[in-house]
Design a protein around this ligand. Structure first.
Ligand SMILES: Cc1cc2nc3c(=O)[nH]c(=O)nc-3n(C[C@H](O)[C@H](O)[C@H](O)COP(=O)(O)O)c2cc1C
Length: 392
């Protein structure tokens, strides 16, 4: 029987699905409900010193929908509005009621040693199991020198990590920004500064859209907007890439985040190095209840593969990742057209023709392949809406 139990830095997770720091973890009652429904833990909505002023904008969300499904989600929300004392009371309450659930305190402070150290010392004995340092929020609040302003600087990230490590009595994960040229460089720097692990990724800096009647960008806050943070299924490829690049450069544990909406996404994150995964947007748009299918799906998958636990999945894809120049280019894949599924719409013919290769044609009522012209790029298989083309 496969187990979903996972141990990371001595912390026991009853399952590897935890809530990311965001609105679903902004209120004690909400976290309470999520734990009851089966989530293995929660990263609390980012806690800041009480005197850090934060005024929210409205509206603060924008979405990209396809067939009525939210694929991409942008927010310009700031950080937690609970006071430090409210968090201390809440963490204690949750620990007593749900002793097996993991609570991770996400923290952020101005770039002042005392401020960071005070926050860490306040929460050391609060009942939290670990810290997550938020160095990566794209809009909250770089103009005050925090969030992504920290995570895009090797020097500031390292300095704050050192301050935190001087006083932290719990494991410390650094939540990295993907909005950098080389995420591995920052990862190596914070590891050298003493971090115990990483969390990646935060939201991706974005501009959701523009209303073409008024020329006002979205979300429209009384005629103005600002760059926000993009999340949800659209960012999964970016998150996977970042986690893989961190794993290729470090053996420290990783909390994988970004576009995880089901067990399958979570398993993929584990194969590129994640120990545990965090979920935000899918919970915000579908509810805590998605945990049921995630637990069942991952468990069934592990069983079907003969694996004992999520740890057995970890890093499985890493050895299959290499530089382009080292890929085996001796064998070429060709499209195989299933005549029974094909409806002869000739979309593949047009697309192939207009995207360089002209390898497909309609002859005698069948799609024919010119193997000399085909380069095996796979575009035809992706645009066929009948799934009649597979690469062999
Ligand atoms: C509305 C909203 C608020 C968020 N607030 C925080 C926050 O306070 N601290 C933080 O570290 N990340 C915050 N995030 C980022 C998420 O924790 C997560 O890293 C990101 O959304 C990617 O995961 P997802 O694709 O599952 O949403 C927020 C995300 C959203 C959508």
């Amino acid at each position: 029987m496969a187990t979903l139990k996972t141990k990371v830095l001595g912390i026991d997770f009853e399952n590897p699905f935890i809530l990311a720091s965001a609105p679903p973890t902004a209120k004690i009652e909400c976290i309470d409900k999520a734990f009851t429904l089966g989530w293995g833990g929660a990263v609390l909505k980012t806690i800041t010193p009480d005197d850090l002023e934060m005024i929210e904008a409205s509206p603060r969300y924008g979405v990209w929908k396809l067939n009525n499904r939210i694929c991409g989600f942008e927010n310009i929300e700031l950080l937690s509005h609970l006071t430090v004392q409210q968090w201390l009371d809440g963490i204690k309450y949750l620990k007593k009621k749900h002793p097996t659930k993991v609570q991770i305190a996400s923290i952020m402070a101005p770039v002042v040693k005392d401020e960071w150290q005070k926050l860490v010392c306040t929460f050391n004995d609060s009942g939290v199991d670990a810290f997550e340092l938020n160095f990566s929020c794209p809009h909250g609040m770089p103009e005050k020198g925090v969030g992504m302003a920290i995570g895009t600087s090797v020097e500031i990230s390292s300095m704050i990590t050192k301050w935190v490590m001087e006083v932290a009595q719990k494991p410390v994960f650094v939540k990295l920004s993907h909005n950098v040229t080389n995420i591995a460089e920052i990862a190596k720097a914070v590891e050298a500064a003493g971090a115990n692990g990483f969390a990646a990724i935060n939201t991706v800096q974005s501009l959701m859209g523009v209303d073409l009647d008024t020329f006002e960008p979205i979300p429209n806050v009384n005629g103005q907007s600002t760059y926000g943070g993009y999340s949800g299924m659209a960012i999964k490829p970016i998150g996977l890439r970042c986690v893989a690049q961190i794993r290729q450069n470090s053996n420290l544990p990783i909390l994988g985040i970004g576009g995880i909406s089901n067990w399958h996404d979570a398993a993929e994150y584990m194969t590129v190095g994640a120990d545990v995964v965090e979920v935000c947007t899918e919970v915000m748009t579908s509810g805590y209840i998605i945990i049921k299918a995630m637990l069942q799906g991952l468990s069934d998958y592990l069983e079907s593969k003969g694996l004992n636990s999520p740890a057995d999945l970890k890093n499985r894809a890493i050895s299959h990742l290499s530089a382009h120049e080292t890929l085996n280019k001796q064998k070429q894949a060709y499209p195989h057209i299933d005549d029974a599924l094909c409806i002869r719409c000739t979309k593949c013919v047009t697309i192939c023709d207009e995207s360089e290769h002209s390898a497909l044609s309609l002859k005698d009522g069948h799609i024919m392949l010119d193997t000399d012209a085909c380069v095996g790029c796979s575009l035809c298989s992706h645009v066929c809406f009948k799934s009649a083309i597979t690469m062999k």
